[in-house]
Write a protein that binds this ligand. Structure first.
Ligand SMILES: Cc1ncc(COP(=O)(O)O)c(C=O)c1O
Length: 376
C-alpha cells in the first residue's frame, strides 16, 4: 500500500518536516472538517444536537476504538485524559489486604502519580529501575510481583525510549499471583498493533493525542468485560449510570460494563477531531501503519548510525517502536535550532526524541539527519 498519497491529508507536512508524532499527531484535513461540522451543528441546532447527533457520534467513536483494539463495544469508556481515567480506576481499590503496586521508573509520571496518591490509603509502591534507561528486564517484574501485589501498572511503549514491553508476559506473571495489570498504551495504540483479548489485557488506557491523530482532550479506557462490572469506582459521573436521562438525584445505577467508568460530559469538539484521526487509521489499517512506521523508524536508526550518531533504542529490533532517542549534549538547543529549519522534533532527558510516522518520507529522514549533523 502506497501511503505517500496520505501526505496531502496533513497540511503541516507541506511546510515542516514533522517528526514529533509521539508528542502530538499531525492534524488531518478530515479532523478539521469534522470540527467545523460540529461548530455548524452547535450553531444550527443548539442543545437539541445532543440527542439528534452527538450522542450517536460518541457511540460511533467508542465503536471505532473497539475495532482498533479488537475489543467488544461495551468494553470501552471515553475519558478526558489518561490522568483522570487512571484516577477513576484507582478509586476502585481498597489497598488493605493486597497493597503492593508495581510500577517502573520509565513509565510516564502521571501514571505513577495515581498510585503514589493512594499511599495514604495503604498503597505501597515498588518502582522497578532500568539498567539502561531503555527497558526493564522481565526478571525484575518476576521478582517484584508476589501474592501481596494488587496491581502492576506499566507502559506498553515507553515514552522516553520507545521500547515495546512484553505486556502479554507481564500480564501472565501478574495473573499467576492474582494481581491485575494496567497498561498505559498512549504511546502504542496506532503505531503498534494492540489486540487486547489476544494479549490477555485486564485494563488499558490510551487516547487521541499521539498515534491516533485525534488531538487533545479525548482518551479511552478498556476494561475486560468480566472484570468491569466487578469493579466499583468511587469516583464516578452521570455518563456512567444506566438511567442517565432520568436525572435521578437519589441513587446510583452504574452501567453494567466498562462504561461505568465514564464521568462527565465529553468534549464534542475533541471527539470530532478524534473521529477524523480514527477514520484515517482504520482506512489504512493497523497492520499497514505498523509496517510503515517500523520501516521509516528503522531507516532513521540506520541513517543516524551512518552519520556517526549513536541512537539509543532497544537492542532487539522487535522491541523497537517509532520513537527514536538520539543522545545529545544540548538537546534543548538542538531542538530549537532544528525548529528554525522547520524540522519539528522534541527532547527528553539528554536526548533528542524523534518520532516518525507513516506519513513521513525517506526525504524527511534524510533532511533531518543532514540538519542534525550540521547543527551538531
Ligand atoms: C505514556 C503517556 N502516558 C500519559 C501521558 C499524559 O497523559 P494525560 O496528560 O492525558 O493525563 C503521556 C503524554 O502526554 C504519555 O506519553
Amino acid at each position: 500500500m502506497d501511503l505517500s498519497e496520505y501526505r496531502s491529508e496533513f497540511p503541516i507536512l507541506k511546510n515542516k518536516i514533522y517528526l514529533n508524532t509521539c508528542s502530538l499527531g499531525a492534524l488531518s484535513r478530515r479532523s478539521r472538517e469534522y470540527v467545523k461540522t460540529y461548530l455548524a451543528q452547535w450553531d444550527e441546532f443548539g442543545a437539541s444536537a445532543w440527542y439528534s447527533l452527538w450522542m450517536n457520534d460518541i457511540a460511533a467513536v467508542r465503536n471505532m476504538i473497539a475495532e482498533i483494539l479488537h475489543a467488544d463495544k461495551d468494553e470501552i469508556a471515553l475519558g478526558h485524559s489518561i490522568s483522570t481515567l487512571l484516577s477513576t480506576v484507582a478509586s476502585c481499590f481498597r489497598y488493605d489486604d493486597r497493597e503492593k503496586i508495581v510500577v517502573t521508573e520509565l513509565d510516564f509520571p502521571t501514571a505513577n502519580y495515581q498510585w503514589f496518591a493512594k499511599e495514604s490509603l495503604g498503597a505501597r509502591i515498588e518502582m522497578l529501575s532500568s539498567p539502561d534507561s531503555v527497558h526493564i528486564p522481565l526478571e525484575k517484574f518476576q521478582e517484584a510481583i508476589d501474592d501481596k501485589t494488587l496491581l502492576v501498572s506499566t507502559s506498553h511503549v515507553f515514552f522516553t525510549s520507545g521500547q515495546i514491553q512484553d505486556i502479554a508476559t507481564i500480564n501472565t506473571i501478574a495473573r499467576r499471583h492474582g494481581a491485575l495489570c494496567i497498561v498505559d498504551a498512549y504511546q502504542s495504540v496506532g503505531q503498534v498493533p494492540v489486540r487486547v483479548h489476544d494479549m490477555g489485557i485486564d485494563i488499558l488506557v490510551s487516547g487521541g493525542l499521539k498515534w491516533l491523530l485525534g488531538g487533545s482532550g479525548i482518551t479511552f479506557l478498556y476494561v475486560r468485560k468480566d472484570l468491569a462490572s466487578s469493579l466499583q469506582p468511587s469516583s464516578i459521573g452521570w455518563f456512567g449510570v444506566s438511567n442517565q436521562f432520568e436525572f435521578a438525584p437519589d441513587r446510583i445505577n452504574l452501567i453494567d460494563s466498562t462504561r461505568r467508568f465514564e464521568t462527565g460530559t465529553p468534549s464534542v469538539a475533541a471527539l470530532a477531531a478524534f473521529k477524523g484521526g480514527l477514520e484515517i487509521i482504520l482506512e489504512i489499517g493497523l497492520e499497514n501503519i505498523h509496517k510503515a512506521a517500523k520501516q521509516i523508524s528503522e531507516e532513521l536508526v540506520e541513517r543516524l548510525k551512518k552519520a556517526g550518531f549513536n541512537p539509543c533504542v532497544a537492542e532487539n529490533p522487535t522491541e523497537r517502536s517509532a520513537i527514536v532517542m538520539v543522545p545529545h549534549p544540548d538537546p534543548s538547543s538542538a531542538v530549537g535550532a532544528l525548529s528554525k529549519r522547520n524540522i519539528i522534533v522534541d527532547f527528553r532527558k539528554g536526548c533528542i526524541r524523534v518520532s516518525p510516522y507513516f506519513y513521513n518520507s525517506s526525504e524527511d529522514i534524510e533532511k533531518f539527519v543532514f540538519a542534525l549533523k550540521e547543527i551538531s
